[in-house]
Design a protein around this ligand. Structure first.
Ligand SMILES: CC(C)(COP(=O)(O)OP(=O)(O)OC[C@H]1O[C@@H](n2cnc3c(N)ncnc32)[C@H](O)[C@@H]1OP(=O)(O)O)[C@@H](O)C(=O)NCCC(=O)NCCS
Length: 188
C-alpha cells in the first residue's frame, strides 16, 4: 500500500485547552469508527474498500475528534475526503455523526478544506450531492456553493433505481474561511 497522505493536522481555535474538537488526518486505524458513522448516515454507504483505496491514493482525508472531558478518550465524530486535481479540489465524502449534527461541524470541516484548497493553490472546489439530500444542499448553499449542473441517474438508489446528482462548485477566492482555524505544520 502506498504512503498515507501527509497533510497538516489542524487544531481548532487558539484557545485549544477549552476547545473540545480537534481535526486530524484520517488514518487507516480510524476506519472502524468511520464505518460506524458511514453506515448510520447513508442508505448507500461507502464500503471499507472505498476508504482504503482513497487513503492509499493519497486523497486528502481528515477527521474531527471530540473530547467530552479530560477523563474521556476522544471520539471520532465527523470526517471528509477530497481528491485534488491539477488546480481544483473535489469533495468526495463529508459526514457528521447524527448526535453531532446541527452544531456547525460540517461548516468547520468545509473551512478546513477551503484552507487546504488555498494552501494547495486550488481555484475551485467541486462536489456532487443527491438531489433529494435537502439538508446537505442547504448546508452547501449557505456556505457559498452554487449549483452548476445535474448529473442524471448518478447515484444508485433504493430498489435498483437511480438518483440524480446536483453538481455544485465554490470559487475558493470567494470562500469565507473562519479565522480561528489554526493549521499546524503548514509549509511556509
Ligand atoms: C449534511 C451534513 C454533513 C451537515 O452536517 P452538520 O454538521 O449537521 O452541518 P452544520 O451544523 O454545519 O450545518 C447544519 C445546520 O446547523 C446550523 N448550525 C451551524 N452552527 C451551529 C451551531 N453552533 N449550533 C447550532 N446549529 C448550528 C447551520 O446553520 C445549519 O442550519 P440548518 O439546520 O437550518 O440548515 C450532515 O447532516 C450529515 O452528515 N448528513 C449525512 C451525510 C450526508 O448527507 N453528507 C453529505 C453528502 S453530499
Amino acid at each position: 500500500m502506498s504512503a498515507l497522505p501527509r497533510h497538516p493536522s489542524v487544531t481548532l481555535s487558539a484557545d485549544s485547552a477549552a476547545e473540545p474538537f480537534a481535526l486530524r488526518v484520517l488514518r487507516l486505524a480510524d476506519l472502524p469508527a468511520v464505518m460506524a458513522i458511514e453506515r448510520r448516515v447513508y442508505a448507500q454507504p461507502w464500503s471499507d474498500g472505498n476508504f482504503i483505496d482513497s487513503l492509499a491514493a493519497g486523497y486528502l482525508a481528515m477527521a474531527m475528534w471530540h473530547r467530552k472531558d479530560k477523563t474521556t478518550p476522544p471520539q471520532l465524530c465527523a470526517y471528509f475526503l477530497a481528491m485534488k486535481g491539477v488546480d481544483e479540489m473535489h469533495l468526495l465524502n463529508i459526514s457528521v455523526q447524527p448526535e453531532f449534527q446541527g452544531q456547525g461541524l460540517a461548516q468547520r470541516l468545509l473551512d478546513a478544506l477551503v484552507q487546504q484548497c488555498r494552501d494547495q493553490r486550488c481555484a475551485q472546489l467541486w462536489l456532487e450531492v443527491r438531489q433529494g439530500n435537502e439538508r446537505a444542499r442547504q448546508v452547501y448553499a449557505r456556505y457559498g456553493f452554487s449549483q452548476v449542473g445535474v448529473r442524471r441517474a448518478y447515484y444508485p438508489s433504493h430498489q435498483g433505481q437511480r438518483e440524480d446528482a446536483v453538481l455544485m462548485s465554490l470559487p475558493i477566492q470567494e470562500a469565507a474561511c473562519l479565522p480561528d482555524i489554526e493549521q499546524e505544520g503548514r509549509p511556509s
